[in-house]
Design a protein. Structure first.
Length: 254
């Protein structure tokens, strides 16, 4: 078998949360380009990504759900299995950020971010792992961490806490599920040009200080994550367990 065949996702079914825009859209397109059919989940409808995936010759199931609670998770899995007969890949990409000085930070901004960024990640992973075990054929889980899984950040205490938690839960679940042929890993994007970072890029001083620290001398794009997502979702990454891969233009190397 050619090594390139191990990167193919032909015949695989991938759930991608937060698939309508930004990093989720880039990852979904990357997985589809590698051969996967896509179940896109977001709190809004996703006609744009659906059209793009169908142009790639792959099937798309869009599910509108609010992942601030764990209530929709089992229904999403049931709908995916009803349409495609199985699930092979879960990408826990959905997430939010709230910015405020720690001294003024509210309980609601804490709870909202923690609920979607870490609680939902754990319980979605748990539900998908149960499905993988029932299918008895293993599977892949790719979580989306952050530079703030490694660093403290400024004015984003709940986001930093949740993304540090993503790195931790990635390790913890890998420890328990690797023996079931379930690979749990994470990607830590660097500073990406998405709607989450609009305010940072609009702040001339912050934008300049961020760019000065990125050896690649540019903000990343959703497309920059696609290759890493395909790799971690593929057979080529079969012996990678519990690791967080930084895709950051060299930010952490500084």
């Amino acid at each position: 078998m050619s090594i390139l065949n191990k990167f193919s996702l032909e015949g695989k079914v991938a759930i991608v949360t937060g698939a309508s825009t930004g990093l989720g859209q880039g990852i979904a397109l990357g997985l589809a380009s590698a051969g996967a059919d896509i179940v896109g989940v977001d709190y809004v409808e996703m006609p744009e990504i659906e059209e793009q995936i169908k142009k790639l010759g792959k099937s798309f199931l869009g599910i509108t759900a609010n992942l601030l609670t764990i209530e929709p998770i089992q229904s999403i899995i049931d709908q995916a299995v009803a349409k495609f007969g199985k699930i092979d890949i879960l990408v826990n990409n959905a997430g939010i950020i709230r910015r405020c000085d720690a001294i003024e930070f509210t309980e609601k901004d804490w709870d909202d971010v923690m609920n979607i960024n870490i609680k939902t990640v754990f319980f979605f992973s748990q539900a998908v792992a149960r499905q993988y075990m029932k299918q008895n054929n293993g599977g892949k889980i790719v979580n989306i961490a952050s530079m703030l899984s490694f660093q403290g950040g400024i004015r984003v205490p709940s986001y930093t806490s949740s993304k540090s938690g993503v790195m931790g839960i990635t390790r913890a679940l890998a420890n328990e599920w690797a023996k079931h042929n379930i690979n749990v890993n994470a990607i830590a994007p660097g500073y990406m040009a998405t709607n989450n970072t609009t305010a940072l890029r609009a702040d001339e001083e912050r934008n300049k200080s961020i760019l000065e620290r990125i050896p690649a001398d540019r903000w990343g794009s959703p497309e920059d994550l696609a290759g890493t997502a395909v790799f971690l979702a593929s057979e080529a990454a079969g012996y990678i367990n519990g690791y967080t891969v930084a895709v950051d233009g060299g930010w952490l190397a500084r």
